[in-house]
Structure formats: structure tokens, C-alpha cells
Design a protein around this ligand. Structure first.
Ligand code: NAD
Length: 445
């Protein structure tokens, strides 16, 4: 049975995806290298140039379709009224409804939301699912709010942006500090407004009310599919391939577990408390059991203690950064010794570090491809909701495999044709898919 009185601590996930967090704290980024908007735009520009994108479509794709800012008055538990700011940005809907998460965080900022919405457009296009890109958020401090206050913020924000929401127009999902509980409130509020139950208005819902089986594991599973494809492409054995994983949360622990099940040897794993290295291989089920009890990898002990920095520089076949952004930079890229980097996290490599990894001949599976398993199963959730027919877990996993493998091959083919790395090729695949639809649809006037 689902517990609908979830405590605040399961709603708030403060260390998840602190994307662009420096921006709101300091008003600027630590360095230009670490500015993710720049990171995204420099890669977009390079791919657009190689595609010889016409200036009109270039301008269309650089501009978000819609930016909404709303005030959210909320009655707080102490009887006072607080007014929060909420944002929703739809970057591009030419290929289908906008898709993208909603975050509750003090660091939510319009520029950040615009960059992340565009990122979603490219991620959906690279795996060829019929969605555009969106992102949203509420500037608030969920760590210091009660469950009741969070519910009222969610419902008032939902009603404030209700014009854009809908299974055919804009479909949110959980993101930083939001979860399936928040999506259940959002779905309920939307349904109350339209007068009937519409579970396809959001994804990432509890399985009991239309969430998809296999969603929790989907991103890690997609990481495993793309990493094993890369090993096969490089004619390396999957069996016995050595793997190091940074981050042991949803993406990292499940990615590591599935890599091990595929026959790889996971020799290192870390989380925010540090990491463990064991050349004979770490038993990932055992490490997961430790984290279940102890909350972190601290004290795991079955191996040599290493730092997160050391983990990134280990001599392994596959390195999976699955914790946070900007961990491979110009400062350490030269020391990366992995043959394959599979980006489970969003933005783990800075744009400036790309060139160094390229020079070293490292095969990088870019984030917009490697971690797209999550949004792919979100798409399956939306399809199941709309069809009113639910798939078993094996069907979800098989269909995910087919999409991830085909997408990997599409990107690889373009990278070979144009002699560019996998990241540039992924952007080229994504941009050309969106641009093609714009050309076919024409400019409405
Ligand atoms: P999570 O909160 O479940 O896990 C994050 C992990 O990273 C934890 O083990 C944490 O201890 C570790 N970590 C935090 N700070 C660290 C640091 N400084 N050094 C080393 N480890 C650190 O989050 P998640 O859902 O696994 O997401 C991880 C990354 O993957 C994020 O970049 C997220 O945006 C991205 N991502 C997640 C999904 C998804 O479906 N969950 C989908 C696409 C992309």
C-alpha cells in the first residue's frame, strides 16, 4: 500500500542534480567553463554549424517558445501568507507535447530553467520520442517547509500554470526536490480543474495511480545499454570489463548493479562521502544493502578507501560519472584513463574538457544519450496512461532496450559519417530531427 503521508525527508532530495546552483548563490558561475548554459550553447552552435543549419531555424531553436512566471500565494502553517515565484518554460513543442521536470529549490532561476528546457528538447529528440522540451520550478526552500505547505505550493503552482499543462501540451515530471508524491498532487489538481481524472498530465507518478513499472531503474538501465554498446563497438569484452562509478544513488547504484549483471567487474564506487576501490570487484548487491542500512557508502570497508577525484582517474575500461555536473574539467581531464566515459549525470564534463578527452581518444557517451532511459520510460508511462493499458516490466525493459540501442547506433553512424565525437553527433541527430519537423510544418503566419 502506498503511504500517502510521506514525511518531508522523502520529498526533499537536496543533493540531487544541483545544476547551475552556483548561479543563484553568487550571481555568477565560478568560471565560464562551469556555466551549463554556455556548455549547452557551445555544443549546440558547433552541431548547428556542421549541419549548416539555415539562420531562420537556428534563431527559432535558440528561442524558447513560452516563458511563464507566476506568483504563488500560500497560507503557511503559522497563519501568514507567503508569496513564492514559479516558472515554467516550454522550449520547443514542434515534435510533440513539452516534457520536463519541476524543481523546488532556492536556486531556481529563469535563465537556468531556459537552458534546462532546451536540454530536454535535445534529449527527447536524440532518442526519437515524440516530445518537445520544458522545465519548471518554484523558488522555495522545501527543506524548511511542512508536507502541508509543499502540497499547497504544488497545487497553487499547478493551477497558476494550468493553461499550459495537459497530456497534449505540457507533461511535467519530478526533478530536484520533487518526487512521485508531488506528481500525485499535481495530477489531482489538474484533474479537479478539468472535471475528470487525467493521469497522462504528468509522469513519475506512483505505480498505484498510473506510474510505469521499470521507471525507477530506467536511467541506470539505459546507462548499461549504452555502455555495453560502446564496449562492443570498441571490440572490448563486456565480460570482465572494469567499471568505476561516481555516485551511488538512483542512477549510479542501479547502473553499477546492471553492469555487474551484464558480466562487467565494478572495481570502484563512490558517493558524497568518498569511494571504495577493489581490483577484484565490488559486490554491488552487497554495497546497495550497506547503503540501505547506513544511508551512504561510508564505512563500507570492502576495499581501499579512495577519493572522488581518484576514482575519476582510475585505469578502467568504463567510467560512469553519475553524481553531479562539472566533475571532468580542464583541471583533471588529462588524467582520465578510462577508455569509455558514460555520462549518467547531467553535464558531468565541461565543454572545455571535451577537447582534451577527444585528444586522448576517450570514447564519450554524452549525457543526452546515456541518461535518456529515464525520459524514455516516462514516455512509456504517458503512452500507457493514454491507452489505459499497462505493460509488464519485461515489456518496458525490452522496449527501453530497443530505443536505447537504436539511438546509440544512430548517433554512432553520424559520428562516423562526419568524423565527429559522439557528443557532437548526438546534438546533430537531435537538432536535425527538430529542424526537419520545422521545415515540414513551415512557419505559421
Ligand atoms: P540521487 O540523489 O539518487 O544520487 C546522487 C548520488 O550522488 C548520491 O549517491 C550522492 O551521495 C552522490 N553525490 C552527491 N554529491 C556528490 C559529490 N560531490 N561527489 C560524489 N558523489 C556525490 O540522484 P540520481 O537520480 O541518481 O541523479 C544523479 C545524476 O543523474 C544527476 O545529475 C541527475 O540529474 C542525473 N539524472 C538522473 C535521472 C533519474 O532518472 N534519476 C535521469 C537523468 C539524469
Amino acid at each position: 500500500m502506498a503511504d500517502f503521508r510521506l514525511p518531508t525527508d522523502t520529498i526533499v532530495r537536496p543533493d540531487k542534480d544541483r545544476f547551475l546552483s552556483q548561479m543563484a548563490q553568487t550571481g555568477t558561475f565560478q568560471s565560464n567553463e562551469e556555466n551549463p548554459f554556455e556548455a549547452m550553447m557551445s555544443r549546440f552552435d558547433r552541431a548547428a554549424q556542421l549541419l549548416d543549419l539555415e539562420p531562420g531555424i537556428y534563431k527559432v531553436l535558440r528561442s524558447p517558445e513560452k516563458e511563464i512566471t507566476v506568483s504563488i500565494p500560500v497560507l503557511m502553517d503559522n497563519g501568514e501568507v507567503e508569496v513564492f515565484t514559479g516558472i515554467r518554460v516550454l522550449h520547443n513543442t514542434s515534435r510533440g507535447p513539452a516534457k520536463g521536470g519541476i524543481r523546488f529549490d532556492m536556486n531556481v532561476h529563469l535563465d537556468e530553467v531556459k537552458a534546462l528546457a532546451a536540454w530536454m528538447t535535445w534529449k527527447c529528440a536524440v532518442v526519437n520520442i515524440p516530445f518537445g522540451g520544458a522545465k519548471g520550478g518554484v523558488i522555495c526552500d522545501p527543506l524548511n517547509m511542512s508536507v502541508g505547505e509543499l502540497e499547497r505550493v504544488t497545487r497553487r503552482y499547478t493551477s497558476a500554470i494550468i493553461q499550459t499543462l495537459g497530456p497534449d501540451s505540457d507533461v511535467p515530471a519530478p526533478d530536484v526536490n520533487t518526487n512521485e508524491r508531488v506528481m500525485a498532487w499535481l495530477m489531482d489538481t489538474y484533474s479537479m480543474h478539468v472535471g475528470h481524472t487525467v493521469n497522462a498530465v504528468t509522469t513519475g507518478k506512483p505505480v498505484e495511480m498510473g506510474g510505469s513499472l521499470g521507471r525507477r531503474e530506467a536511467t541506470g538501465r539505459g546507462v548499461m545499454f549504452t555502455a555495453t554498446q560502446a564496449l562492443e563497438h570498441l571490440k572490448m569484452d563486456v565480460k570482465g570489463a572494469t567499471v568505476a562509478v561516481q555516485g551511488f544513488g538512483n542512477v549510479g547504484s542501479i547502473g553499477a548493479q546492471l553492469m555487474q549483471q551484464a558480466g562487467c567487474k565494478v572495481v570502484a564506487a563512490s558517493d558524497r562521502t568518498g569511494g571504495w576501490y577493489n581490483p577484484k570487484g565490488i559486490d554491488i548487491d552487497d554495497a546497495i544493502a550497506h547503503v540501505k542500512k547506513a544511508k551512504t557508502l561510508a564505512g563500507y570497508g570492502k576495499g581501499e578507501a579512495i577519493t572522488n577525484e581518484q576514482l575519476l582517474e582510475l585505469e578502467v575500461d568504463v567510467l560512469i560519472p553519475a553524481a553531479m555536473e562539472n566533475v571532468i574539467t580542464t583541471k583533471n581531464a588529462r588524467n582520465v584513463k578510462a577508455k569509455i566515459v558514460c555520462e549518467g549525470a547531467n553535464g558531468p564534463t565541461t565543454a572545455a574538457a571535451d577537447a582534451i578527452l577527444d585528444e586522448k581518444g576517450i570514447f564519450v557517451i554524452p549525457d543526452i544519450l546515456a541518461n535518456a532511459g529515464g525520459v524514455t520510460v516516462s514516455y512509456f508511462e504517458w503512452v500507457q496512461n493514454r491507452g489505459g493499458y499497462y505493460w509488464d516490466e519485461q515489456t518496458v525493459n525490452d522496449r527501453l532496450r530497443s530505443i536505447m540501442v537504436n539511438s546509440f547506433r544512430d548517433v554512432l553512424k553520424l559520428s562516423q559519417q562526419h568524423k565527429v565525437n559522439m557528443r557532437t553527433a548526438a546534438y546533430m541527430v537531435a537538432i536535425s530531427r527538430v529542424a526537419t519537423v520545422h521545415r515540414l510544418r513551415g512557419i505559421y503566419a
